[in-house]
Write a protein of this length. Structure first.
Length: 403
């Protein structure tokens, strides 16, 4: 994704808010036990999170990051941060505690999260950095009084135009100056939104771009977008919720996956939903292989239509669980390998990939588990990658253990 590919590599590469960037860097360099925490306030896409990561990397600090609006109960915060608060361990690892979207805690029932953050500010042996998206300071007045505040303004249009023009030039896609000006104006100082739009809308004329932008009457965070999607009454409403969601396609797939596997679904419903996720994920994989960015415009529609058909209304809700990310990534990669095998096998057995997964796969793996060479020939026959063989062997072991 362009937003990751062209993320600044150093503080100096960032655009806009020079005074806040320099001030934050100096604050972190000079931090000592007892120093006030830092509070970065500004609209989304103005560089707050990027600055924290780049500065920590420059100073050799290990970031312990939490989204405070998601992990907002005292118990969950203590579970995640408690082991890190041992002063000896902290100083050995040189950590930085980063609490993103702290303003989100005040919008919902936080069940002790706010109090925990305030206590943490008083006793933490490591620097604490918080970020808030609100422009209205009233909700976080107490945090402002206790923090060193750095304000981030929306980026100037001309700076953004130059940055987007440079990306367009490097990607060698067609995008006129007038179209870039329209796109930047619509982004309203949000560089991330501008880059995402440039990637998904590259190649459109200024007139076509105006038509697309005029239909965008609202924008959602990833949480809001998925909540609206799971409660949509029609596939078009579901599509609009995803299309208006300010997040990368990869993040949409990952959070949809986490929500689905935690939903109240039957095995058949879960298989169909994962197939829908696989179809959308295949678009991302194809783009990464071929660099055909124009097909990105089909991503939201494929994801929305596939999942809306598969998911019974009210049985899945937004869920960002505490499962370690490496475990979630491994689960996702293994399920992807099984889907690839099912799709390839369906051509030989003249059955749907859903039937392969739910009916035939377990029996086939049980038979092949007795002979590794047969399993290798099977994978080669299907034209699959070697990584799929490892997943199938592991799944075969699970099947045998259940018999």
């Amino acid at each position: 994704m362009w937003v990751e590919k062209y993320r600044p590599k150093s503080v100096e590469d960032m655009v806009g808010n020079e005074d806040s960037r320099i001030g934050f860097l100096n604050w972190l360099k000079e931090w000592r036990m007892g120093s006030k925490p830092a509070l970065l306030i500004g609209a989304p896409g103005t560089g707050k999170t990027t600055l924290v990561h780049l500065t920590a990397n420059r100073l050799g600090l290990n970031i312990i990051e939490l989204n405070a609006s998601d992990v907002r109960t005292k118990e969950r915060m203590e579970r995640k941060l408690g082991p890190m608060l041992d002063s000896q361990g902290l100083f050995n690892e040189r950590p930085l505690i980063f609490l993103d979207e702290v303003d989100g805690m005040y919008d919902r029932q936080d069940r002790g999260g706010v109090e925990f953050v305030e206590e943490l500010m008083e006793r933490s042996p490591a620097p604490i950095v918080m970020a808030a998206n609100v422009e209205d300071d009233k909700k976080i007045t107490k945090l402002i009084r206790k923090s060193r505040v750095f304000r981030f303004r929306r980026l100037p249009p001309r700076f953004m135009e130059i940055y987007i023009e440079d990306i367009i030039k490097k990607e060698k896609v067609r995008f006129g100056k007038e179209a870039i000006r329209i796109l930047v104006k619509e982004a309203k100082g949000d560089m991330r939104a501008a880059i995402n739009s440039a990637q998904s809308l590259a190649g459109l004329s200024a007139e076509e771009l105006r038509s697309v932008i005029s239909s965008r009457d609202q924008s959602y965070s990833l949480r809001e977008g998925l909540e609206s999607f799971f409660n949509a009454k029609s596939k078009e409403k579901a599509y609009e919720a995803l299309r208006s969601c300010d997040a990368t396609p990869r993040d949409k797939v990952r959070l949809a996956y986490t929500s689905i596997i935690n939903g109240n679904l039957s095995n058949d419903e879960l298989i169909e939903a994962l197939e829908g996720l696989g179809d959308a994920d295949e678009i991302i994989r194809r783009i990464e292989r071929t660099q055909e960015w124009r097909i990105l415009r089909y991503f939201d529609r494929v994801l929305a239509y596939s999942l809306f058909k598969a998911l019974p209304k009210g049985r899945v809700s937004y869920n960002e669980d505490d499962m370690p990310w490496d475990l979630k990534l491994r689960m996702w990669n293994e399920s992807r390998a099984l889907r690839d095998a099912s799709k390839s096998l369906s051509k030989f057995l003249h059955a749907s990939s859903r039937e392969i997964m739910s009916v035939f796969m377990s029996y086939l793996l049980f038979i092949l588990s007795k002979d590794k060479e047969s399993m290798e020939r099977f994978v080669t026959l299907l034209g699959l990658e070697g990584s799929v063989l490892k997943v199938l062997m592991k799944e075969a072991d699970r099947v045998v253990s259940r018999v």
